[in-house]
Design a binder for this molecule. Structure first.
Ligand code: NAD
Length: 257
């Protein structure tokens, strides 16, 4: 018996086997859930399909979170396949590489809007589209991924920190709107992990090294640890938890010096 037995989960944000979304997919599968994945564009499709196959997950199709038609098609397909949805994982973020270095001050109006649209608004768009499918199952749980840069000024994280602050606020407002329908919404704030996205941040290794040196546990976070906490936050073990940002960062966020 797993903690996600019988649950049907849509996971958005698998790019490759290093993705945090992939760690979550593996753990949810191990805990008994049925998994559906999407991919962003043809290049990533080639990576996502074999991964999906390796855990017996469905690939629903292409989903760019800025495309409302694709969001609608994804949900229609899930309704047809499953009749509803229990769990939604949003593990999506984007900022232009040039804005993940040097001064935050220089971000352009267009790049700011794009980072916020893809990294924060997309949670709102996906949650809205998932709401009727979750209602059909009597409730559900939504989880997104954040980072400490939402609440602290982390060098080079810049506009992505602003997007994560917006994302965490979206989690709280969505939790209020969806709570009466028995749908919970939470964020998991992870420590640095080497992925496609984090490789765009200048001095990523300094961020990761700081955690190993200064965190209470004196080591880096393991991606499986994101998977395990995600499964807990998506399961009935956390039935009384909503609107929260839970840190999976080997304690780094609590340390002063
Ligand atoms: P990743 O590169 O594996 O995943 C990012 C995903 O975002 C990719 O699958 C990509 O296809 C998707 N994406 C970007 N733009 C998109 C769009 N327009 N439409 C659909 N999908 C789009 O990297 P990751 O580190 O696993 O990132 C997943 C989440 O975890 C992100 O929200 C990231 O900010 C967050 N996070 C990462 C770290 C870290 O250090 N890696 C730490 C804390 C939080």
């Amino acid at each position: 018996m797993g903690i996600a037995d019988g649950k049907r989960a849509l996971i958005v944000g698998v790019a490759n086997d290093k993705s945090l979304a992939w760690a979550i997919a593996q753990e949810l599968k191990a805990q008994g859930a049925e998994i559906a994945l999407t991919y962003q564009g043809e290049v990533l499709e080639k990576r996502v399909r074999p991964l999906a196959e390796s855990i017996g997950a469905l690939v629903v199709g292409e989903l760019d979170v800025t495309n409302d038609v694709q969001i609608g098609l994804t949900m229609s397909e899930l309704r047809e396949l499953w009749g509803g949805l229990d769990l939604l994982v949003h593990a999506v973020a984007f900022a232009d590489r040039e804005d993940l270095r040097d001064r935050f001050l220089t971000v352009s109006r267009g790049n700011f809007a794009k980072a916020l649209e893809i990294s924060a608004y997309s949670l709102v768009a996906l949650a809205r589209a998932a709401e009727p499918l979750m209602e059909a199952r009597g409730g559900g749980a939504v989880l997104t991924l954040s980072y400490l840069g939402a609440v602290r000024a982390v060098p080079n994280y810049n506009v992505m920190g602003v997007a994560k602050a917006a994302l965490e606020a979206c989690v709280r407002y969505l939790a209020v709107d969806l709570g009466p329908k028995n749908i919970r919404v939470n964020a998991l704030s992870a420590a640095p992990a080497r992925t496609l996205s984090s490789s765009a941040i200048r001095d990523y290794f300094t961020m990761a090294h700081e955690v190993e040196e200064r965190s209470p546990m004196r080591r880096g976070m393991k991606t499986e640890e994101v998977g395990k906490m995600a499964a807990a936050l998506l399961s009935d073990l956390s039935s009384g938890v909503t609107g929260q940002t839970v840190y999976v960062d080997v304690g780094y966020s609590i340390v002063g010096l």
